[in-house]
Design a protein around this ligand. Structure first.
Ligand SMILES: C[C@H](N)C(=O)N[C@@H](Cc1c[nH]cn1)C(=O)O
Ligand SMILES: [Zn+2]
Ligand SMILES: [Zn+2]
Length: 479
């Protein structure tokens, strides 16, 4: 594939500035912008301010949108700002909206990290380990280095950019949908297409372009009994125990082979067609790559590639996440916890409706709790959610992304869907009526949300080249 002079200069510049990009990644990983923990909220603000300052340094015009307040851990908290950046307003150019998030999942060294999660640790094999390295700080700042490289080279960017960076993605994106809907005809009126770099390749060697995501419905169910924690030697056998009720209910949600037990939950899932089966059969995926990402031989369908991918992408799943209030520390505390909250979520697929999911789950669990004849109190609440999304692969936005991958990596990308959720994807598509695609930087084994999260140096550097090339391809194709 021929590479034009401006792109060849861009690639050379990116290669020459590797150390600078790594230093910046180190800076952002060091800011623990955990959105799900009230104690870290100032750090989320700090990260938003870091981005804003860096964008301003590059001449990107920034605006802060304040979504308001919310209640978390019993505290009323200010939601972090959504940072909107505008770079170029030339009516002759296409405008690409770029979304990313600057918040991260929690991380404790005691979870099993081999190094401090907030210190970017360079490994000899090229892995750059740190929370947020791949999800989503590396990709977010990668976009900025595309702008920076063009400026340093005196190259004109062939498109206008509209950045939308939020700080609450990992905790439900509160306020984001409303903002996009309300600004669809103002701030975002000139947007021609949307690109999000916030997911991963299917394996470890071949890039992909992603056209679908599952939705999510997240639940908290609380069982409350005694007024305070009790001694199990004194009260065991004499009182209804919240943990016993909760464990029973959690065990009624899903079977060990992943079958969801909530009645009617599969009702709206479209049946698999023969044509669809063909797509899955043709996908070039190595099951050992998927197994390596799990880190153990625990796949339910280890010998069935299609079933594994379908269960990740096009069927719903129910996962149990944790129990708040339970005794979890080392040792043997003989306590009866007074109040426990079980957390679980359902990943949803097209045709499933979040409202219906909430109703079905609540009705089922209330009925199951009633069967227990427990004198404890039970409450089920949906905490946050988002709808699934599927894009149109035939749009020029996808053609540009596929060509960009071919140019930078010399291979045709896998066309994938994803099991994770980025609810704003569908909002962009419907509110702006524009094509949305996902162009990931990281590999399947990056360990997002997990311990030892990493971004490979090669993926970071080639990823910056890819994002820049995609913008050039947009300009070339969509004339
Ligand atoms: C795919 C994206 N990088 C991601 O990780 N999204 C999260 C969104 C979420 C929803 N509730 C909590 N986090 C995910 O899919 O879990
Ligand atoms: Zn993410
Ligand atoms: Zn995430």
């Amino acid at each position: 594939m021929t590479v034009t002079k401006p792109l060849a200069d861009f690639y050379a510049h990116v290669d020459a500035n590797e150390a600078h990009y790594i230093d910046k990644l180190r800076e952002v990983v060091a800011i623990p912008s955990v959105s799900s923990d009230a104690a870290y909220r100032p750090k989320v603000f700090e990260m938003g301010a870091w981005l804003e300052k860096e964008m301003q340094r590059l001449g990107i015009q920034t605006k802060r949108h304040h979504p308001g307040k919310h209640v978390m851990d019993g505290q009323e908290l200010e939601l972090p700002p959504i940072v909107i950046g505008t770079f170029g307003t030339d009516p002759k150019k296409k405008t690409v909206a770029v979304y990313g998030h600057y918040d991260v999942q929690p991380a404790l060294e005691s979870d099993g990290w081999d190094s401090d999660p907030w210190t970017l640790t360079m490994m000899p094999d090229g892995r750059m380990v740190g929370r947020g390295s791949t999800d989503d700080k590396g990709p977010v700042i990668g976009w900025l280095w595309v702008v920076e490289a063009h400026q340093k080279l005196g190259l004109e960017l062939p498109v206008n950019l509209k950045f939308v960076f939020e700080g609450m993605e990992e905790t439900g994106s509160e306020g984001l949908d409303d903002m996009i809907i309300s600004m669809a005809k103002t701030e975002f009126k000139d947007v021609d297409c949307v690109c999000i770099s916030d997911n991963y390749w299917l394996g470890t060697t071949k890039p992909c372009v992603t056209y679908g995501l599952r939705g999510i419905s997240y639940f908290n169910m609380t069982v409350q009994g005694p007024a305070w924690d009790l001694h199990s030697g004194v009260f065991g056998g004499t009182t209804h125990e919240p943990m016993t009720d909760l464990i029973h209910l959690m065990g009624r949600l899903v079977t060990p082979d992943g079958t969801i037990l909530v009645p009617g939950i599969m009702e709206n899932v479209a049946p698999v067609t023969d044509a669809e089966l063909e797509i899955y059969k043709k996908l070039d995926v190595d099951m050992s790559d998927i197994e390596a990402s799990v880190g153990a031989k625990t796949l339910i369908y280890a010998n069935d590639k299609s079933k594994t991918l379908m269960n990740r992408w096009r069927f719903p799943s129910l996962s149990l996440h944790g129990i708040e209030g339970a005794f979890y520390a080392p040792g043997a505390k003989t306590v009866i916890p007074a109040k426990v909250t079980g957390k679980f979520s359902i990943r949803s697929v097209p045709n499933m409706d979040p409202k219906e999911i909430n109703e079905k789950v609540s009705k089922y669990l209330e009925a199951e709790f009633a069967k227990l004849n427990s004198k404890n109190k039970f409450k089920i609440e949906g905490s946050h959610g988002g709808k699934p999304w599927v894009g149109d692969l035939n749009h020029w936005n996808y053609v540009a992304a596929i060509k960009a991958v071919e140019q930078v990596f010399g291979v045709t990308p896998d066309l994938t869907r994803e099991g994770g959720s980025i609810p704003v994807t569908l909002t962009f598509q419907t509110a702006l009526d524009k094509s949305v695609l996902l162009l990931p930087m990281g590999r399947s084994n990056d360990g997002a949300h997990s311990v030892n999260e990493k971004l490979d140096k090669d993926n970071y550097i080639k990823g910056i080249k890819l994002l820049g090339t995609y913008l050039h391809q947009i300009a070339a194709i969509a004339k």
